[in-house]
Write a protein that binds this ligand. Structure first.
Ligand code: PAF
Length: 278
């Protein structure tokens, strides 16, 4: 496995390579990321993993400064997982001059975007740049960041990028908590409370699967149950999977998404659910 910091070296390393599969990350890797590398490895070409804590996607007062930078440990994990190249540029390499941003559809200002203004614009911008640097045939992202995947998938189509987007299922701890690089911020009592988010999303999904269609009621009861346990809820939202907008009467394939803060840690989760025909 090679660790590369410069884009010219990356291009040279990939010049004669078969179709690459790419896993963009911000590092501090966990089993969820390794699952994405496993998906990438199935495609036979070189597996490239980027590690870059992208300042453009953090808002003022967010955790950009304290986001864990664990390059040596990440590289050891990736080597064991069978990655071929780790691309770890620094900020000057990624943004040598004031950056032109990718423009996204209005959905980017809903859900997480409503609470993190400009976040997805920063994500889409760095991912488009990374795609142009790596030029992968496949790109793998986790479904835990459901809205991120949806927006990036749209970006790939809109810009006719020759990339096949692949989504990896969320990897969970045995108590159901979705693995996240930010779980390490949780104090022991918060870590014990954290799986409640998934439990409540499962309960909401169960009601939908049983045919309930009172979306607003389910959303607000789920949010209230979290608030009662000390969470600060950004949103609980039931959306149609095809559009990530509010479901219409015909929408059967849904997803329940939530983001909420436990102490200083913001957690995200979601569950896809198929609902019965009337
Ligand atoms: O999901 C992430 O870790 C980041 O948003 C990504 C896609 C690597 C862009 O910085």
């Amino acid at each position: 496995m090679r660790l590369i910091h410069h884009v010219d070296e990356l291009r040279a390393a990939l010049a004669d390579a078969r179709e690459a599969a790419f896993v963009p990350t911000m590092g501090n890797l966990h089993e969820g990321h390794i699952g994405l590398v496993d998906i990438a490895r199935r495609h036979g070409g070189p597996v490239v993993v980027s590690i870059f804590v992208n300042p453009l996607q953090f808002g003022a007062g967010e955790d950009f400064e304290r986001y864990p930078r664990t390059l040596a440990a990440d590289c050891a994990r990736l080597e064991a997982a069978g990655a071929d190249i780790v691309f770890a540029p620094d900020v000057d390499q990624m943004y040598p001059e004031p950056q032109t941003f990718t423009v996204l559809p209005p959905l980017a200002d809903q859900l997480c975007g409503a609470h993190r203004p400009g976040h997805f614009q920063g994500v889409a911008t760095v991912v488009l740049k990374l795609f142009n640097m790596v030029r992968p045939r496949y790109a793998v992202f986790g479904k835990k960041d459901y809205q991120q995947f949806f927006l990036l998938d749209g970006m790939v189509r809109q810009f006719n990028l020759p990339i096949v987007m692949l989504a990896g299922e969320t990897t969970r701890a045995t108590d159901g908590l979705a693995l996240s690089s930010r779980n390490g911020y949780l104090a022991p009592d918060e870590r014990a409370e954290a799986p409640r988010l998934y439990r409540l999303l499962r309960a909401a999904a169960g009601r939908l699967a049983a045919g309930e269609r009172d979306f607003t009621g389910i959303e607000s009861e789920t949010a209230t149950a979290l608030t009662a346990r000390g969470w600060r809820v950004d949103y609980v939202s039931i959306r149609a999977r095809a559009t990530l907008l509010a479901p219409t009467g015909d929408s059967r394939e849904l997803v329940v998404l939530a983001a909420a803060h436990l102490g200083a840690t913001r957690l995200l989760d979601n569950i896809e659910v198929d609902t019965p025909a009337p």
